[in-house]
Design a protein around this ligand. Structure first.
Ligand code: ATP
Ligand code: MG
Length: 322
């Protein structure tokens, strides 16, 4: 089986220790933690024992090496990560509101993340890639969008499949070229992994049901909707499956969607059924929210099986998509 690959931002995350803490005044912070949505995704793939690789850029600094060493030790092939001299590794500072929402101060567009070069995406780098994951958050420059399109075309031409987590900020959707790029990526997508509110973002229909029908008509084969503490839903080949979230104590929600998506994609590639893949993905999301730190909640099958065995769960409700 070929490898699963992704491309995009590799960051450190530094977070407030207390809820309600503001970055307008001094206070206790924790980190740096390895982070970046595509980095978390690929770490989770490797934790599940699959061959995994990421194309990206870090600076030649401690933040960059922290990430490379972490990914490597979890089994990710880091040979496609460029270490850019003269650029600083990306970072995110996170604070938590009392209502559970998060605020971020990002240094991405002026960091090494933005140094990704089109030459990093080529046939040699992608030759072993059987599945490529596109993270919408990575598409913050037109150069990166072009590189992403190139990666998709190479992987598709060699018979590979594509997954896409839109994960886009609303401001990005207001830029016509950005909407066009996201729409282009959707045309090539096999597995679409939106959060609940994102399902309708790239379609003409304002309701979920209509948007799902429209997305299928564009060639997408499976849609998995992440619903945070409400669980998740699967749509594919006339089937609909819904699973409730596992009852875990929420410590830090960052990274749940990435662990979820990586687990679903990996399980499907391993030949597991949609229902089994969804159950594992739901468990991976739960373990992610239960751990402090964006990449600290990644998990292997042993941990996922242990969580699923601990819970007394009903089989997922199965209903035909109407
Ligand atoms: P992000 O806000 O980082 O983009 P996301 O929207 O991509 O996240 P979520 O829906 O927050 O992803 O989480 C992904 C999955 O993780 C959920 O579908 C669910 O399976 C699991 N999950 C999320 N929050 C919880 C929770 N509070 N308790 C249990 N499981 C959860
Ligand atoms: Mg998301």
């Amino acid at each position: 089986m070929g490898s699963i690959m992704t491309m995009g931002e590799i960051l450190v995350e530094i977070m407030a220790c207390r809820k309600g803490q503001s970055l307008r005044s001094a206070g206790p912070l924790q980190g740096p933690y390895a982070s970046g949505a595509p980095a978390i995704f690929i770490d989770q793939v490797a934790r599940l024992g699959q061959r995994a690789s990421i194309i990206g850029c870090v600076g030649d600094d401690d933040f960059g090496w922290l990430n490379i060493e972490r990914l490597r030790s979890d089994g990710v092939d880091t040979s496609a990560i460029a270490v850019c001299k003269g650029a600083v590794t990306g970072s995110a500072f996170v604070t938590y509101r009392d209502n559970g929402e998060r605020d971020f101060i990002f240094n991405i567009t002026n960091s090494a993340c933005a140094q990704l070069q089109p030459e990093q995406v080529n046939q040699a780098v992608l030759k072993d890639c059987a599945h490529f994951h596109v993270m919408g958050s990575s598409l913050f420059s037109f150069r990166i969008i072009d590189a992403m399109k190139r990666a998709i075309e190479i992987v598709k031409a060699q018979g590979g499949t594509i997954s896409f987590d839109p994960n886009v900020r609303k401001e990005m959707l207001r830029i016509p070229e950005m909407r066009e790029a996201l729409s282009y990526i959707l045309e090539f997508t096999d597995i679409f992994l939106p959060s609940g509110h994102e399902v309708t973002q790239l379609s003409r229909c304002a309701d979920e049901k209509g948007a799902i029908a429209e997305i299928f008509s564009r060639g997408v084969r499976e849609i998995v909707i992440k619903r945070g503490g409400q669980g998740c839903s699967y749509f594919g080949a006339g089937d609909r499956l819904d699973i409730a979230a596992l009852p875990v104590a929420v410590t830090d929600p960052t990274g749940a969607g990435d662990c979820f998506g990586a687990t679903f994609v990996t399980c499907r590639r391993m030949g597991k059924s949609a229902a089994q893949s969804l159950r594992y993905a739901n468990a991976a999301g739960a373990l992610a929210v239960a751990s402090q730190g964006p990449m600290e909640g990644t998990s292997g099958f042993a941990e996922l099986d242990a969580l699923l065995a601990r819970q007394d769960l009903p089989a997922p409700d199965r209903a035909t998509q109407d």
